[in-house]
Design a protein around this ligand. Structure first.
Ligand code: FBP
Length: 244
């Protein structure tokens, strides 16, 4: 964990959207993973999140930026209750240079149990090799009436703690009182907030200031960085807020 945190905080650059959403999120520049690797290096992010294929071909070990390999993933093309299967093992990720591994669980999906089982094995294997585990907790599926309700978000955070995750990445429902309870429910599991689709500079900075005031550890942010015309300006501003 020490490799990932500075003053107990972190900002990870997420770039697994190519699998989750398709190239629809990209333009001529950010469609190239080499551009993102350069962004992570120059912006001195706390970590870069890649799927295995991108990590193999584009991760630059000499950058010193910690690699986080996302072990499962799915497309947006399948309908019904979501399931995201493991596609890369902990050992493979570590061989690629990973300093942490990531996995998404769709809480409430009828396939939740399968994801719990895969995740339990990942936690065991990763912790045996002193590698932290980050879980993306996204409540989804027919049983989930409101994926942004306080109850379901706090339940998701608690599940992350119960299952042994070191960090839990969640979406923010724009209610600070709810977030306080969510952070408490996560206990010693660090809470990270996902970036979401591109917001204005003012909106994003306001939101980040807000979430950092209630004990959140940091951000795992993608589109809100690499879809900007001048990402470096925003990175500096975000660092001011998160680390200072
Ligand atoms: P953004 O910061 O671009 O929102 O990325 C965060 C993230 O968790 C990605 O890691 C992931 O690809 C994506 O969101 C999945 O979001 P969704 O399931 O809502 O499409």
């Amino acid at each position: 964990m020490k490799r990932l945190l500075k003053n107990g905080k972190c900002i990870f650059l997420a770039y697994d959207q190519g699998l989750e959403h398709g190239p629809t999120d990209f333009n001529d520049e950010n469609v190239d993973p080499a551009y993102i690797m350069e962004l992570a290096e120059k912006g001195k992010f706390s970590g870069i999140i890649f799927q295995k294929g991108i990590a193999e071909k584009y991760y630059k070990k000499e950058s010193g930026i910690p690699l986080i390999v996302k072990l499962n993933g799915k497309t947006r093309l399948e309908e019904g209750d979501p399931i995201s299967y493991q596609l890369c093992s902990v050992d493979e990720a570590i061989k690629l240079g990973a300093k942490a591994v990531g996995y998404t669980i769709y809480v409430g999906s009828k396939h939740e149990g399968e994801m719990f089982k895969e995740f339990a094995n990942i936690v065991r294997e990763a912790h045996e090799q002193d590698t932290p585990v980050i879980v993306w907790m996204y409540p989804r599926g027919e049983n989930i009436k409101d994926e942004f309700s306080k109850e379901i978000l706090a339940y998701s955070a608690r599940i992350a703690l119960e299952l042994g995750a070191d960090m839990v990445k969640m979406k923010y429902n724009h209610n600070l009182e709810d977030l306080k309870w969510i952070v408490k429910s996560a206990g010693k599991t660090h809470v990270l907030i996902a970036g979401g689709s591109k917001a204005s500079d003012e909106e994003l900075l306001k939101e980040v200031k807000e979430v950092m005031s209630v004990g959140v550890t940091g951000l795992a942010i993608g589109r809100n960085i690499w879809q900007r015309e001048n990402p470096y300006e925003m990175i500096c501003k975000l660092k001011e807020v998160v680390f200072k």
